[in-house]
Write a protein that binds this ligand. Structure first.
Ligand SMILES: [Zn+2]
Length: 265
């Protein structure tokens, strides 16, 4: 049911009323076009803003696989230097054995000879232990070497992915920037004929209310805040003589023929 469809503005001469209605419709139409453009610009801008975090997330993924590789490489280095240290210790023990053997050869005292023989045995036992440790380290190194290979492969694959995605992001950015430039190119043209006061009000509202500034009044409810509108507001909106705003949220209201003004309870 359309409760207001029979209402007319009989207090104005028909031609004046018609003329100002035509003018009001034109303004509303221009505002809707402008709002549409602003929405598009907002969407493209927010997509552009989203590219930075996407890039950072990619970088973080790339860095973490690279860090895993560096970590494995560092462990290999550590194992290698530990093994070298053991090797040097073995070498030291071997030199001691050599020195003790010479001293043994030179001595004429039995107890000194025996003491040296004991020292030589102690060195030999130590060498066996050191060589066992060396073997253990080499085994560990073999495992870590496999980890390095796996990490290197993962890092290479990740780098490929990061490079590919980065190129995609760059292409997307370029595309969005072009879209934005196109959308902004004739922006000012869209607002000509709206009138400075209305335009200023629209821009102010846009800052406060975002992309829903000019709204319909379907079912006698404000399309922005969804509050039920007073009857006189609905009537003046339908008369389309003046720019009507929602008493609750301040948005600009408009009425189009397809809108059902029946109140939904
Ligand atoms: Zn409202």
């Amino acid at each position: 049911m359309d409760r207001f469809s029979g209402l007319t503005c009989s207090f104005w001469p028909d031609n004046v009323a018609e003329e100002s209605q035509r003018r009001m419709l034109e303004v509303i139409e221009k505002l809707l076009v402008l709002q549409d453009r602003d929405r598009l610009i907002l969407r493209v801008r927010s997509e552009l803003n989203g590219l930075g975090p996407e890039r950072q997330a990619l970088q973080v993924r790339g860095n973490s696989t690279q860090a895993a590789l560096e970590g494995a490489k560092l462990r290999i280095k550590q194992l290698e230097s530990d093994r070298k240290r053991l090797e040097l210790e073995v070498e030291g023990k071997k030199q001691l054995i050599e020195r003790y053997s010479i001293q043994q050869f030179q001595t004429k005292k039995n107890d000194e000879y025996r003491a040296l023989a004991h020292e030589i045995e102690t060195c030999k036992t130590a060498i066996v232990e050191l060589e066992d440790q060396e073997l253990d380290l080499m085994e560990q190194a073999e495992h870590v070497q496999k980890e390095v290979a796996a990490a290197a492969q993962a890092a290479a694959e990740m780098k490929k992915l990061v490079d590919q995605k980065t190129a995609e992001l760059a292409a997307r950015e370029q595309n969005l920037k072009k879209q934005l430039a196109d959308l902004e190119a004739n922006y000012d043209q869209l607002s000509t004929g709206i009138g400075e006061t209305v335009l200023a009000r629209y821009q102010r509202l846009r800052k406060q209310r975002g992309d829903k500034t000019v709204v319909g009044i379907e079912h006698s409810v404000c399309g922005g805040c969804h509050m039920k509108l007073p009857t006189h507001i609905v009537i003046s909106c339908q008369a389309q003589q003046d720019l009507v705003t929602c008493p609750n949220c301040g948005r600009m209201l408009y009425y189009a023929r397809h809108m059902d003004l029946a109140v939904v309870d």
